[in-house]
Design a protein around this ligand. Structure first.
Ligand code: RFL
Length: 407
């Protein structure tokens, strides 16, 4: 079927692709499929306002930007979105600016909040006649190992639905149903923890001039813009810390200390959460006619800002492969989907861990001891003294390396 049409067949609807989840991955797959003339239905468990209000990531890397440019979605999604050129690494209160654009020939990504991106993706999909169903409860996958998979769900009024399709795109995050419906012996799940606690705060307080990473003996802290009037902060915390240990007063006191800025303006804290700092990769990212994209297939720690960007990169590869299979009956790209994505996933996992160790070990000496503190400081220093090191760092931050499909 083409053009996003859904026809009725003995009480059962039929489409080409059912996309589960309307986060960045699912909405990117959905929009790209529609542009390619492939029929799809996107099922989302939450309501529209919940999905549109979720505030998480804030930087779109160059690699993800290119997915939208190549897919013809860039003009609308990136309209008015400024480039992200500089970052500040504040070491013991002293500012050090790192120019990402200078080391990547200007290919540095954009300051685009996940919230705005999701709002724009939804608006574009619906404006172009896309079929996006919110409040879809009890989504379940059936027969993905055979030729005729189908997906069932319940709508907000309790009505049950059955959608027949050719393929299923599982874009429903790590706690969704897609990955859970893959048999345990069909996948290997790689998992590791950093043994460092992460705590994040979203506050209505003025954003910093540049993405700000604070390294000091008091511990790690970071501040990133979320739109014009809000900031997302990250703080290293004790493993196993609970929210009760982090009063608003302690948050601001620690941020001022760690960022070396007594004048750091406070503001209403609108969200606080302890981050599960697990790193997870599922291999393969596919099973039969089910293909996972984004957090459904991998979780990455926040350092380096790759979670949202990996989701978009997966979505770009998947949409292309699905379109080729549906229009030309050629499933070769779908068969190699997982193999095409996993090297990039592992490369970003390595980068995130490398950067975390540099930022964390160079700060609180109790984390890894004095020897590693010195190593981490040397690693940090090299970014400002070696062009080669600076270029490698900038290329990973911007996502200009790993130029495989979707990169
Ligand atoms: P999402 O965005 O979680 O979307 C999944 C969607 O699937 C829906 N869903 C279901 N729908 C139907 N049926 C079911 N059974 C369903 N189960 C779930 C959900 O409601 C949701 O709408 O996954 P996606 O699309 O793969 O995108 C991944 C990114 O959202 C994620 O990697 C990033 O947000 C991670 N992340 C960050 N990434 C960055 O690149 N930079 C950052 O600065 C950054 N900050 C963050 C973050 C994640 C955070 N959370 C989740 C703790 C900050 C935070 C606080």
């Amino acid at each position: 079927m083409g053009g996003g049409e859904v026809s009725e067949a003995v009480g059962v609807e039929v489409t080409d692709v059912v996309v589960i989840g309307a986060g960045v991955a699912g909405l990117t797959v959905g929009n790209l499929l529609r542009r390619n003339g492939v029929g799809c239905v996107v099922l989302e468990r939450h309501d529209r306002s919940y999905v549109e209000q979720r505030q998480r990531a804030g930087v779109l890397d160059y690699r993800a930007e290119q997915v939208y440019m190549r897919g013809g979605l860039g003009d609308r999604l990136l309209d008015g979105v400024p480039p992200s050129t500089l970052i500040e690494i504040r070491v013991d209160g002293v500012e050090r600016l790192f120019d990402v654009a200078e080391h990547t020939a200007g290919r540095s990504g954009r300051l685009l909040s996940q919230q705005l991106l999701v709002q724009r993706l939804i608006a574009m999909f619906l404006d172009e006649g896309g079929d996006l169903r919110f409040d879809a409860a009890d989504v379940a996958l059936h027969g993905v190992q055979g030729d005729q998979p189908w997906v069932s769900y319940r709508d907000a009024d309790g009505g049950t639905h059955r959608l027949g399709c050719r393929y299923v795109a599982g874009c429903d995050g790590f706690h969704g149903v897609s990955r859970a419906s893959m048999p345990g012996d069909a996948v290997t799940t790689y998992e590791d923890a950093e043994n460092i606690g992460w705590f994040t705060v979203l506050a209505d307080s003025p954003p910093p001039r540049y993405a700000l990473f604070g390294v000091s003996r008091h511990g790690f802290a970071a501040q990133f813009a979320r739109g014009r009037t809000a900031s997302r902060f990250y703080l290293q915390c004790g493993v196993g810390d609970g929210l009760q240990e982090w009063s608003d007063e302690r948050v601001w006191q620690q941020l001022r200390l760690r960022l070396g800025d007594e004048q750091l303006p406070g503001g209403p804290i609108v969200d606080k959460s302890i981050i599960d700092a697990h790193s997870i990769v599922v291999d393969p990212m596919a099973h039969g006619r089910l293909f996972l994209a984004g957090d459904a297939a991998h979780i990455i720690t926040p350092m380096g800002g790759k979670g949202m960007n990996l989701a978009i990169a997966d979505a770009g590869v998947l949409a292309e492969a699905l379109s080729t299979a549906i229009h030309h009956g050629d499933e070769e790209s779908l068969r190699s989907y997982s193999a095409a994505c996993l090297p990039r996933v592992w490369s970003d996992q390595e980068f995130s861990r490398w950067m975390s160790e540099m930022m964390f070990h160079a700060g609180d000496i109790s984390i890894a001891g004095p020897f590693r503190w010195q190593l981490a400081r040397a690693r940090l220093e090299r970014l400002f003294t070696s062009t080669t090191a600076a270029e490698a760092f900038a290329a990973k931050l911007a996502g200009t390396t790993d130029a495989g499909p979707g990169a």
